[in-house]
Design a protein around this ligand. Structure first.
Ligand code: ZN
Length: 119
């Protein structure tokens, strides 16, 4: 297994990196969202769904809530899409559901704002 911080190749059973001592059982733990996004291991459809989530703050023209929903949804999609032990037929519907839920949450938030501004 390759170390995520120093790229030393370790034996598959090694719990820690022989060079820098970082734990190897969770190689993604050190990676940021942007590291995951730019990784070749991320499937193409995950990019499309992450992009769909990122459209939320674009449509709303910013705002803390929509940005949090959009980035949260995109991050979840990318993270889920990279779980190799989950079958593709489970990962894809899950990510679709997350994207749908993010937009639904956004719609609920917008209608709530709209209702309160009319009062
Ligand atoms: Zn290392």
């Amino acid at each position: 297994m390759k170390c995520q911080s120093c790229y030393t190749l370790n034996a598959p059973g090694d719990p820690r990196c022989i060079r820098c001592g970082l734990p190897l059982d969770r190689p993604d733990a050190e990676l940021t969202f942007w590291d995951r996004l730019t990784s070749a291991e991320t499937p193409g459809w995950a990019f499309a769904l992450a992009l769909a989530c990122c459209m939320i703050p674009v449509v709303s023209l910013g705002g803390c809530g929509p940005i949090a929903i959009g980035l949260g949804g995109a991050s979840l999609c990318i993270t889920l899409s990279r779980i190799r032990w989950l079958p593709f037929l489970i990962r894809l519907p899950l990510c679709l559901a997350i994207t749908g839920a993010a937009w639904l949450l956004f719609a609920v938030m917008m209608s709530a704002l709209f209702q309160s501004s009319r009062r």
